[in-house]
Design a protein around this ligand. Structure first.
Ligand SMILES: O=C(O)CCC(=O)C(=O)O
Ligand SMILES: [Fe+2]
Length: 355
């Protein structure tokens, strides 16, 4: 199986029409993020008139573009895509589990980030790394990846097969483990509407690229485990869901809205965090001129919260081997239906099994 042999796989999950719908829902979700200020006449623009997806208007600083505000983990776009993807990947995971695990396992989805890379920005070449999962238990397999929500291909730069390397240090520390550039690398194409899945242990880098158009993706992560209990989410999934808080990432890090570098040597630059915070963030998310690098929950900010999570949704975020879900294949995916969370009322239900 390709995922097992090479350490990654790319599978189609959405046609071009659906990519457009989910991308529009991504933008719609941004237009109501309560942490940000917007043009009152056009909520797709910042107060100084820049469209989301234009340079300097992004909801996180830096070229990587992965969000860190609490609403980005609890809005209808991201919650619908969790349900959508479970249907889209279950067949693949059934096959994977049957071939590569000798004993029964469970699967959970981990919270991960929405990502928008604005036109005119660049991702900088980051060192080759493996993503570490310090809270994973013995025998766990943690698979990351993303779904491409653009009309153009995206790319993943990796060293196939290196997830088989024996790396004792891999369970230690959080974040990522930096390594020398490998000898044999591959630039993997992730076409529109395709899902990339890779072992987090696979050696990879952030693909360096300058963008002509805004680029959208949803990062995703799954853990396959023998151990019941939500280990990677030991930081209380109940509290994250109840308060609509920023969850820890699979790397056990809390996602920031700007980097350490921004907070130090870029501080007073025209587009540094002080001016960025003042232009983009609501005043309660700013202290002493600086936006909260690690944001509080929507509850703590006393901001409007999204509807509470349904049992269907929390079941996806805890290790299980079957899930009772609304039948997504008969659901009409539209931006309105996504934004209204209509999927939760959709009948009939069906049970998806890992075995
Ligand atoms: O954005 C990229 O090119 C790679 C991102 C990455 O390192 C990851 O998904 O773990
Ligand atoms: Fe990575």
């Amino acid at each position: 199986m390709k995922l097992h042999e090479d350490g990654y796989v790319v599978i189609p999950v959405m046609d071009a029409n659906l990519v457009g719908i989910f991308r529009d829902a991504f933008v719609s979700a941004m237009t109501v993020f309560p942490e940000f200020r917007r043009d009152p006449d056009d909520p797709t623009r910042t107060v100084d008139g820049q469209l989301f997806g234009e340079k300097d208007s992004n909801h996180v600083m830096g070229g990587f573009g992965a969000f860190g505000n609490p609403a980005s983990f609890h809005n209808p776009f991201v919650r619908n895509i969790r349900i959508f993807l479970r249907h889209a990947v279950i067949g693949f995971f059934q096959d994977f589990v049957e071939r590569h695990f000798d004993e029964p396992v469970l699967m959970e989805q981990l919270f991960d980030r929405m990502c928008l890379r604005p036109a005119g920005t660049s991702t900088t070449r980051e060192q080759w790394h493996r993503d570490l999962n310090p809270t994973a238990l013995d025998g766990d397999v943690v698979l990351g990846g993303w779904i491409n929500l653009d009309d153009d291909p995206q790319f993943f730069s990796c060293a196939p097969g290196t997830h088989h390397d024996v790396v004792a240090a891999v369970q230690q520390g959080s974040g990522f483990q930096k390594v020398q550039a490998p000898v044999s690398t591959e630039k993997v194409v992730v076409p529109p509407g395709h899902l990339l899945i890779f072992y987090q242990r696979l050696l990879h880098e952030v693909h360096p690229r300058r963008l002509k158009k805004p680029s959208f993706r949803q990062f995703v992560c799954w853990r396959i485990t023998r151990h019941p209990g939500s280990t990677l989410q030991r930081h209380s999934i109940e509290q994250i869901v109840r308060d609509q808080a920023v969850p820890r990432l699979p790397s056990d890090q809390i996602p920031p809205i700007y980097g350490k570098n921004h907070a130090s040597f870029h501080l007073h630059k025209p587009n540094g965090p002080i001016s960025w915070s003042a232009r983009l963030l609501q005043p309660c998310c700013v202290t002493g001129g600086m936006g909260h690098r690690f944001m509080k929950s929507l509850r703590e900010y006393d901001m409007p919260m999204y509807r509470s999570y349904d049992d269907i949704e929390t079941s996806l975020l805890t290790p299980q081997d079957s899930w009772s879900l609304p039948d997504a294949s008969t659901f009409h995916w539209s931006v309105d239906n996504i934004m209204n969370m209509s999927i939760l009322q959709h009948e009939p239900r069906m049970t998806l099994h890992l075995y």
